[in-house]
Write a protein of this length. Sequence first.
Length: 263
Amino acid sequence: MEQGLTIIIYALLFIFGASIGSFINCLVWRQNNNMKVVNARSQCVHCGRQLSWWENVPIFSFLFLRGRCRTCKKKIPAYYFVNEFFCGFLFVCVYWTILIHFQDSWWRFARDIVLLSFLVVIFFGDMLYRVIWPIVIWPATIIGFLFNWLFLGVPISSMLIGVAIGGGFFLVQYAVSRGRWIGGGDVRMGVMMGVWLGFPAIVAAIFMAYFLGGFAAILLLISKKKKWSASAQIAFGPFLALATIWALYHGEKSINWIISLFG
Ligand SMILES: [Zn+2]
């Protein structure tokens, strides 16, 4: 492909991703404040003033406004900017990974940018507000199922086993601990991950989530920010989201690799 065209494609993907990131920021905030998600003008999170179009441009507005509201001068949360940048970067990475590196289909590219966008919503929702919204999980589960089934040829049996393992694993813990170790949101997310990843990648995702979660808990203990009793209180959703991203690309390979060690 011509170099100029390649640069334009990457730039457009980055802008598209950053806009989705901006939309996700607003969606997470509105969902948490029980506001209308669509058909409402953007406003300052502090003073509620409606924003003009030029205060709403992903990445640039934050830089231009130097991270503060023009009227009330209060700080716009930095993760707004970080997330816009991250989503732009993510879309570029997915394009490169799926279409250039794996030489895979446009359907897989489309599926992955949709699924990863859902994961960013789940990540921020759980990290900031400690909830995994059912209104996000169930549409995400259905969309993932349709992509896998109709366009990517993932066997339904693989997804069903994924649900049994992903949902079952968390449901047992939920039942045994009566919701103290993990929340109902984690069970729902286990079901969603099972559909998305299928078997055996779901197994790899669960291992990775516990590995990341355990690693973070140890870091927090060392830095003495948390005590043992409180360490159980870390939201698990963000680790599940990160592990799902990883497992979408490396889940099946890692399981096969582990099996080959014993074979
Ligand atoms: Zn303001």
